[in-house]
Ligand binder design. Structure first.
Ligand SMILES: *[C@@H]1O[C@H](CO)[C@@H](O)[C@H](O)[C@H]1NC(C)=O
Ligand SMILES: *[C@@H]1O[C@H](CO)[C@@H](O)[C@H](O)[C@H]1NC(C)=O
Ligand SMILES: *[C@@H]1O[C@H](CO)[C@@H](O)[C@H](O)[C@H]1NC(C)=O
Ligand SMILES: *[C@@H]1O[C@H](CO)[C@@H](O)[C@H](O)[C@H]1NC(C)=O
Ligand SMILES: *[C@@H]1O[C@H](CO)[C@@H](O)[C@H](O)[C@H]1NC(C)=O
Ligand SMILES: *[C@@H]1O[C@H](CO)[C@@H](O)[C@H](O)[C@H]1NC(C)=O
Length: 464
């Protein structure tokens, strides 16, 4: 059939006019702008953002109820550590000193800028003001999660809130609890603090502290010798051309991305983020993932030892009906990464290559443990409307989006049948003390989920 030119022209006119403000907004966006969200590439230093997800509804499937839930959450947005602070301040001063009378370059803003941590007693702690305030985020997530899990709170009992001992983790757990139990919500809680101490052995939310054989940093240094920094070098070259005399190196680009992340956590923005190109964020994100893969993830065999210990404790609870049905725990990024590793979530992933970026990898630290990152494990009791039979399933939500278990997503809401989930959790069975090389009389298993009622744990943070 012949289509006349005038018909085509009018079709084009109709298409063009559909962007008019007179029409209703498009129900489906035709753009993919979120891939440029720098927070996705800041690894564990970036402010909280949801996992990209795969489109599955996070509503509990209609034929199911959640009858047990677990959370592993890391602390919220924070100030840099004192040691990163030293690096950042030296970096800032070096670049500021290079900013002489030539302000007409990307670093001109440094002329009258101030280093972003103005009181060194803020180092290590949660941020408490501006757009990405860590304590405010923990509070509001606590309040939101209560709505989802309200039916699991037994207001006649005290609900435990488990926390690793470091002050910022306990502060996050406290802010979360104020949201979860505060204001109009009823119920009491007790902080159950697991000191970040060797004497805890495996009965800990930070079980590598006691694990003598664990040295993730040593492993990645061995494996990543000769890592190719060419992608970051392109960015250094670009900036050195625009700003001669600043002498930026590839490793400065990684420092700048981290600086941008932490300054944003503190001030709500950072001009260093504006200087960097999207490609620099992509390159840095991969570099961060590489280091984690070989120090806390599948590229280091001791990651499984640490992760299995907690994954097995959760799997054990999933087979029980205890008086408690909510297990809310606060810890650190590395512990959550190892948990997922020990559970076998990344078993099908190829080792990350130290030269070529694997763009399709599932192992993206910025998507797994941004600041305030959280993993929910929900046990679902589902009734088949046809047969009337009830079955049990498990579903994971990572950073507030459903995270289907690889090769196990044929249940309601793409959940994993409990028995299959338990099989998966056994894949990396190991003896903690033996693999860690510990002779001491320290615990070899997690017991705090069960024996916290015996009042044997502290309720305050470790001394800093
Ligand atoms: C950059 O390198 C040049 C040449 O080596 C040197 O003269 C200059 O002082 C360096 N600038 C900075 C800011 O380090
Ligand atoms: C720095 O923070 C500490 C602890 O919050 C506070 O006691 C001190 O007064 C602050 N110093 C300045 C100069 O604001
Ligand atoms: C809590 O205690 C009250 C009073 O003893 C009782 O009526 C209620 O059923 C209890 N609730 C639960 C969830 O056990
Ligand atoms: C529900 O039960 C019917 C009848 O036994 C069965 O054919 C069907 O596969 C079940 N549905 C699911 C999702 O298990
Ligand atoms: C990890 O690998 C090292 C070196 O190959 C080996 O000596 C060690 O036994 C392994 N540990 C575990 C827990 O598999
Ligand atoms: C799994 O965890 C439970 C509870 O901590 C413990 O009793 C059991 O021995 C563990 N199983 C293995 C294989 O480590």
């Amino acid at each position: 059939m012949l289509v006349s030119l005038s018909t085509l022209t009018s079709v084009c006119l109709v298409l063009t006019s559909s962007t008019s403000a007179l029409l209703a907004p498009k129900p489906f966006t035709q753009q993919a702008n979120d891939q440029f969200n720098a927070l996705r590439y800041m690894g564990a230093s970036g402010a909280f953002h949801e996992n990209s997800g795969v489109g599955i509804s996070k509503d509990t499937p209609p034929q199911c109820t959640i009858d047990q839930a677990h959370m592993f959450m890391r602390h919220g947005e924070r100030f840099p550590s004192a040691s990163s602070g030293e690096t950042f301040e030296a970096f800032f001063k070096r670049l500021q000193a290079a900013t002489t009378e030539q302000y007409n370059n990307p670093f001109g803003f440094l002329h009258d800028a101030e280093y972003f941590v103005t009181n060194s007693s803020d180092y290590e702690h949660e941020t408490y003001y501006n757009a990405y305030a860590g304590l405010a985020d923990c509070f509001s997530f606590g309040s939101d999660l209560r709505q989802r899990y309200n039916h699991l709170v037994d207001t006649n009992r005290t609900t435990p809130i488990f926390s690793a001992g470091q002050k910022r983790v306990v502060d996050s757990a406290t802010a979360f609890s104020q949201g979860f139990f505060g204001n109009g919500y009823s119920g009491d809680y007790q902080l159950v603090v697991l000191p970040e101490d060797e004497s805890q052995g495996a009965n800990s939310l930070t079980n590598t502290v006691a694990c003598t054989n664990f040295d993730g940093d040593d492993n990645y240094e061995k494996v990543l010798k000769g890592e190719n920094y060419q992608y970051a070098q392109y960015e250094a070259d670009r900036l050195n051309q625009l700003a001669p005399g600043y002498n930026l190196t590839a490793s400065d680009i990684f420092t700048m991305v981290d600086y941008c992340a932490f300054e944003t956590n503190v001030k709500g923005f950072s001009k260093f983020c504006d200087v960097l190109s999207p490609d620099a964020f992509v390159a840095t994100g991969y570099h961060i993932d590489l280091r984690n893969w070989y120090s806390q993830g599948p590229g280091y065999n001791m990651s499984y030892v640490s992760g299995f210990t907690l994954a097995n404790a959760t799997a054990t609870l999933l087979q029980q009906d205890n008086e408690d049905s909510l297990y809310l725990s606060f810890t650190h990024d590395d512990d959550i990464v190892r948990y997922l590793t020990g559970l076998g979530i990344f078993d099908d992933e190829p080792d990350l290559d130290k030269h070529e970026i694997n763009f399709k990898r599932a192992f993206k630290i910025g998507e797994i443990v941004p600041l305030g990152g959280r993993l929910l494990t929900e046990r679902l009791s589902c009734t088949n409307a046809t047969s009337g039979e009830t079955d049990t399933f498990v579903r994971l939500l990572l950073n507030d989006q459903v995270f289907p278990v690889p090769n196990c997503a044929d249940g309601p809401g793409f959940s994993c049948p409990l028995d299959d989930y338990l099989e998966l959790a056994k894949t990396h069975t190991v003896d903690y003390k033996e693999a860690c090389g510990i002779q001491d009389d320290v615990p070899n298993y997690v017991s705090f989920f069960w024996d916290w009622t015996e009042d044997k744990y502290p309720t305050v943070a470790d001394a800093e």
